[in-house]
Design a protein around this ligand. Sequence first.
Ligand SMILES: [Zn+2]
Length: 367
Amino acid sequence: MGSAFNLGKLFGVQVRLHYTWFIIFILVTVSLVYPDWSRLLSWVMGIATSLLFFASVLAHELSHSLVGRVNGVHINSITLFIFGGVAQMTREVTRASAELKMAAAGPACSLVIGGLFGLLWFLTRGTLEPLADMALLLAQVNVLLALFNLIPGFPLDGGRVFRAILWQSTGNYGHSTRIATRVGQGVGYLFILGGILIIFILPQAWFNGLWLAFIGWFLENAASASYRQAKWREVLHGFTAADLMTTDYPVAPDDITVGQLVQRYVFPGGRRFFVVANEGRLQGMLTLHNIKTVPQQRWNVTQVGEIMTPLDKLKVAYPSQDALSILEQMGESDINQVPVVSEGIVIGLIARDNLIRFLRTRSELGI
Ligand SMILES: [Zn+2]
């Protein structure tokens, strides 16, 4: 999803700001310049509007998280985009009713905020013009945010509501997700097509067309990613770590120097990571990244054990652990390899590429 900045925690949820927000801050701030306002007033109102717009989107996202939490869904972090946000969930929702409430909470919150700004506009129009202008803009933006998110294409809120309803009526989570993500892709393509049509038919509105196409492209991407994820879930269902692990992985001892490791293991095999073990007992993991932290002149005096990621900081899997939970673990901590350990002994490794190969083979065999 590109780069985002950490803003800190709010109600236990990590809040991240996508870099596109800096463009929005500037656009919103300069869009509120009126010729009959003083320059200072324009700037103050522009910045205040940007901040309130940001607070509106944040409130929308937080309402998802808090309603989710009440319904037993833990949200790790939320990343704020221009037209809403993306919540990072630890687990997918397990009950249709919880999903329905959680998805509907965001647009409902935006509608309420929009209504409040509409009321503020109503009370201040004609008397406090700058405030009324700001209130009107924020009312419109919040209603637009609610309506946009209610489009029934997954992963938008409306798509989640749609999936929850399908899921509730059919009882089939995977099937419902696939339908909702396909609709999401369809909506994305329609937006792209609409954007291109605007550019050709109304050249003076090219910017709006481009904008619409961009949102469509973003939607299509998000829907495809959700579709793939849903498919993975279905295929991996019922498999354990032992079914999926590979026994072909590079092992290095912990009592050699970095120089020896590079000479004996890294150069000949071209491997980029190693399981560090002592007589089969897992000690840690080592990647090229770890090696790069040591200046080359210290390679011969530094032991592998000193620079590896030690066991207590590693995610490990157990042979009987279900494959889905491992995949989730890898996603959460953004890691690519998980050693499979039985009574302290490494017996295999689960790597992201293995999982992908496994899925591809199964789909080629049509199972
Ligand atoms: Zn939302």
